[in-house]
Design a protein around this ligand. Sequence first.
Ligand SMILES: Cc1cc2nc3c(=O)[nH]c(=O)nc-3n(C[C@H](O)[C@H](O)[C@H](O)COP(=O)(O)OP(=O)(O)OC[C@H]3O[C@@H](n4cnc5c(N)ncnc54)[C@H](O)[C@@H]3O)c2cc1C
Length: 382
Amino acid sequence: MDFTLSAEQQMIRDMCREFAEEEIKPRAEEMDRTAEFPYDLVRKMGELGLLGLPFPEAYGGAGADFLTYCVALEEIGRGDASVAITMEAHTSLGAMPFYLFGTEAQKQQYLVPLTRGKQLWSFGLTEPGAGSDSGGTQTHAELRDGRWRINGAKAFITNAGTDMTGGVTITAVTGSQPDGHHEITNIIVPRGTPGYIIGNAYHKMGWRASDTRPLAFEDCQVPEGNILGKCGDGFRQFMQILDAGRVAIAAMTVGLAQACLDASLLYTAERKQFGRPIAEFQATQFKLADMAMDIELARLIYYKAAWLHDNGQDYGREASMAKLFASEAAKRCADRAVQLHGGYGFMDEYPVSRYWRNVKAHEIGEGTSEVQRLIIAKQLGR
Ligand SMILES: Cc1cc2nc3c(=O)[nH]c(=O)nc-3n(C[C@H](O)[C@H](O)[C@H](O)COP(=O)(O)OP(=O)(O)OC[C@H]3O[C@@H](n4cnc5c(N)ncnc54)[C@H](O)[C@@H]3O)c2cc1C
């Protein structure tokens, strides 16, 4: 067993670490305060190839493996969670469905501008009435005269309304299956299609500089060919998308946990009480040690899940474990970091208060912790 990253993986990790340290981190407090989408940073990430990492060069990507993409996300997440979720949602949820399930023409038309960082794309699964029960989609599409007529609504969609967003791929009910279950199909809806209504951005507790919006579809029409794969493939497709997405979320979550430890190591060495740095108290050292252990274990499980993915093996169980463990470990790290900062940790001038607010979303997006436990239990035959 070899845990060493390859020379290429180390190079991309180091590039992302430098970019996060020099360009993202100094802006993170302001981005959080103003909740403004950082167009310049995202465009720069496109130029660096970070918006198309795990796609072949033939489609404008960097040709990296999945582990490399995850390691890159860890470093971007160490810089800022809003920027990391923008990259993750664009890559894992927006671009990946085109790569995995699109026709050659769809790949050329939709995927290439995404991997080159010219556009962002979003994935609309969640609805006001269908969250954890994602198969409960109510949005429906009816085929009439060679066009899909879509009606319904989506909630909490990342990258849905930036100036760079090219459109959304949505799940919609297109009929019913012989067993009575909904037939769900993924439909491509380019921005600007009449009847595709992009709502106002939500005001959020964390991930504040990322773009999250509700969407509505009112007699929105797209050509018959705007589907991914065949009618009825939608459920299987988004399950596959979410498995990989969960490993990616785990990776960016490890970055957030690492940022909590970075800040705590610095602060506890400087802050003096009772005549000495608080880092000299054993109670402080125990918190730092627990943080380091949580981070190492979370990193190991996402590395393993990504390795299984890269080696063509089943990784659904490890993906759920990685997302669940990393998000809960990062929450423990954020809590310890605020505690170690005392009253200053409660103030927005210190990054740890932002880390504490951001970490909550990691336990919710792309399947809540409860849903991850259900998936793991199912693998145990329960
Ligand atoms: C910032 C942000 C960005 C997001 N981006 C996207 C996106 O880009 N695209 C997209 O499609 N979605 C997105 N989501 C939606 C996200 O995936 C859902 O919020 C999540 O899946 C939970 O659904 P819900 O919010 O409807 O909660 P619900 O499903 O209503 O859950 C409420 C509570 O009930 C629990 N629960 C539900 N069912 C069970 C059960 N069977 N057993 C035990 N507990 C259960 C849940 O765990 C949770 O604690 C985003 C969400 C957020 C917050």
